[in-house]
Design a protein around this ligand. Structure first.
Ligand code: PBG
Length: 315
């Protein structure tokens, strides 16, 4: 059947008809808000999703998030001091561990996730330990990442999210934590869209770049291999990161795997819309909702996004 019998505008006539027939929906239930915990707070008026909270401040922030209906947060930490091995990532009184101990008893329903990586904690800013030749050593890094994940769970984390891109880390974390859900940053690209995050997290590498462990932006079959390995090693959720420049990767992973799929709508994606809105070129709310809807349409079940709080307050 074709025109004039078929007229697709019939179902676009009213808002209620459009709502009834929409294929992809967006709900705060599917969003995870990243939070940065640091020895001292650092507000960020331009990018409110990218501010640092002190431990007492993060408790107040989470109170508000819970009231707004945000179901989950992922914690990132800035240590007091950095060293070659990133010991601030796994020590018992590390910043994330302290935040977890403050949050866990107060918010039993909240899903507390943690980012498991060393880059915020190492003096050189790489996601693992650096050997004598200046290379990031895989297996030595995996040992420290496992230690970090275990210390997070000991302090109250519900879910751990390894983001370092070392080989074999999902299997190693799975062996140490048989009962903890793992969100694997499986297809994490060496992206230029992490800029604002690295400023807030103070995690830019002091030499070189991350292309020796994060993925090349040109590859999608390799992303499927990463997902295959992470699924086999015991991941519960696969992730593609960044989101908007990699919607095709999300779709490819969705079509191939039955695991829940996460997307990380990264700091640069958020900052681009904020900057365009501040310049008067875009309506932030409409652009944010459209971005998040696109990520869901491409196949993501859950989205890590700096808009989670703002989105919840718009409802
Ligand atoms: C690594 C990590 C990064 C992000 C999340 N986890 C940065 C990186 O790989 O350099 C970036 C998130 C964002 O840009 O929003 N611990």
């Amino acid at each position: 059947m074709s025109f004039p019998a078929t007229r697709l505008r019939r179902l676009r006539r009213t808002g209620a008809l459009r709502d009834l027939t929409r294929e992809t929906t967006l709900s705060v239930d599917d969003l995870v808000l990243p939070l940065f915990v640091a020895p001292e707070a650092l507000p960020n008026e331009r990018l409110p999703g990218l501010q640092r909270h002190a431990v007492d401040g993060v408790v107040r922030e989470v109170e508000e998030l819970v009231r707004l209906g945000v179901p989950a947060v992922i914690l990132f930490g800035l240590p007091e001091e950095k060293d070659e091995e990133g010991s601030g990532a796994w020590i018992e009184d590390g910043i994330v561990q302290r935040a977890l101990r403050a949050l866990r008893p107060r918010f039993p329903e909240l899903v507390l996730m943690t980012d498991v990586c060393l880059c915020e904690y190492t003096s050189h800013g790489h996601c693992g330990v650096v050997d004598a030749d200046g290379h990031v050593s895989n297996d030595a890094s995996v040992d420290l990442l496992v230690r970090t994940a275990v210390s997070h769970v000991d302090a109250g984390a519900d879910v751990v999210c390894p983001s370092d891109m070392m080989d074999g880390r999902i299997g190693a974390v799975r062996e140490a934590l048989p009962e903890t859900p793992i969100v694997a940053y499986s297809a994490k690209y060496a992206s230029s869209f992490y800029g604002p995050f690295r400023d807030v997290a103070d995690s830019a590498p002091s030499f070189g770049d991350r292309r020796g462990y994060q993925m090349d932006p040109g590859n999608v079959r390799e992303a499927l291999r990463e997902c295959e390995l992470d699924a086999a090693e015991g991941a519960d959720v696969l992730m593609v990161k960044p989101a908007l420049p990699y919607l095709d990767v999300l779709r490819a992973v969705r079509d191939r795997f039955d695991l829940p799929l996460a997307a990380y709508n990264v700091s640069g994606e958020y900052a681009m819309v904020k900057a365009a809105a501040a310049a008067g070129d875009l309506d932030e709310r409409a652009a944010a909702v459209e971005s998040l809807t696109s990520i869901r349409r491409a196949g993501a079940d859950l989205i890590f996004t700096y808009w989670a709080k703002e989105f919840a307050s718009w409802l």
